[in-house]
Design a protein around this ligand. Structure first.
Ligand SMILES: Cc1cc2nc3c(=O)[nH]c(=O)nc-3n(C[C@H](O)[C@H](O)[C@H](O)COP(=O)(O)OP(=O)(O)OC[C@H]3O[C@@H](n4cnc5c(N)ncnc54)[C@H](O)[C@@H]3O)c2cc1C
Length: 299
């Protein structure tokens, strides 16, 4: 239960917010119950004010980019969900692109392409934001955020201090933001190389075509549901267990790409988690490999 003083302070500080909002439109999975409070700061300063207020009032907080790698629970999400999408400034400086956490990866890739800078083509088609991509060390087609990040600006939600990061402790779907949940990404700086605009555009188009051919983009999902286990591909292991099309409630192992769990329309988080458990059990029984969820569960 959020104290009355919090609502009054939000109004006083002019921080945009919504009370009791459905979580479904906030994730690409289109699954979830209700958020108690959704906050939409439009700058790093407003985000810092928001975090300070919530910390003082001892309100639980979660950060959300585009919600393309999360599964929300079916019930009430207590506390505050802070959306970064309003923090959307993006600029080019020499061969670097500097982008706030809420910038979409599409905008990031297009900004680089328009300046004939190469190195970020791989993010075109990943439906996330800069903050989410830095957190997850998003990657595709041989590229990853760890290849291009030179600097970041983070806010420590516990101390209220900002800090510049030159080391993001990146690993496969690992970063300093996952190992230290107090840190909120405010900005990323990416070092690129001069390239040929035509080649950059062709590369991005080719990635988009491959995604359309291989991924079930016609259904809501959170992308690859499981991490890639060392020496294997999760999708191949699941397919080899004969689980393509396996369905629990409204959640299904995609027939097009077994690494994706798709929402057939009315899936609940409970359906997805039961399907996850079943798949993990079958893959372990057959291959002795334990699948680990890549998607972040927020409930
Ligand atoms: C169709 C589809 C295809 C995909 N393809 C790929 C792919 O090729 N490669 C890949 O790596 N991923 C892929 N994904 C997954 C997802 O798009 C990426 O992980 C993306 O980087 C997540 O960004 P987001 O802004 O949506 O993060 P969210 O889903 O909003 O958040 C993900 C995590 O990051 C945290 N977070 C978000 N913003 C911040 C911030 N500013 N500071 C601190 N923490 C933050 C959240 O709390 C959460 O734990 C795909 C997803 C879909 C639906």
């Amino acid at each position: 239960m959020i104290a009355n003083g919090v609502w009054e302070a939000l109004d006083r500080l002019g921080i945009p917010y919504r009370r009791t909002m459905s979580l479904k439109p906030l994730s690409t999975f289109r699954i979830g119950g209700t958020a108690e409070l959704v906050l939409l700061p439009d700058s790093g300063e407003q985000l810092a004010d928001t975090v300070r207020l919530l910390r003082q009032a001892e309100v639980r907080m979660e950060i959300l980019g585009n919600g393309s790698n999360v599964l929300f629970g079916d019930g009430l999400l207590e506390g505050a969900l802070i959306l970064t999408k309003g923090m959307d400034a993006c600029r080019v400086e020499g061969t670097q692109v500097i982008a706030e956490a809420g910038v979409s990866l599409a905008t990031l890739a297009n900004t680089a392409a328009q300046a004939s800078l190469t190195g970020l083509e791989f993010v075109r088609g990943i439906p996330g934001t800069v903050g989410g991509a830095l957190t997850m060390n998003a990657g595709a087609y041989g590229g990853a955020m760890s290849d291009v990040t030179v600097k970041g600006l983070a806010l420590n939600a516990r101390t209220g201090k900002r800090m510049e990061l030159t080391d993001h402790s990146y690993g496969y779907r690992e970063s300093v933001y996952l190992s230290n949940p107090d840190l909120i990404c405010l900005r990323g700086e990416f070092s690129l190389r001069e390239g040929d605009r035509g080649v950059i555009d062709d590369t991005m188009r080719s990635f988009a075509t491959q995604r359309k051919e291989k991924q079930p983009l016609e259904y809501p999902s959170a992308g690859s549901y499981f991490k890639r286990p060392a020496g294997h591909f999760a999708g191949k292991l699941i397919e080899d267990c004969g689980l393509k099309g396996h369905t629990v409630g409204g959640a299904q192992i995609s027939r097009k790409h077994a690494g994706f769990i798709i929402n057939l329309g009315d899936a609940t988080a409970d359906d997805v988690l039961r399907l996850e458990e079943f798949v993990r059990g079958e893959v372990f029984r057959r291959f002795g490999v334990t699948l680990e969820r890549e998607v972040r569960l927020i409930r």
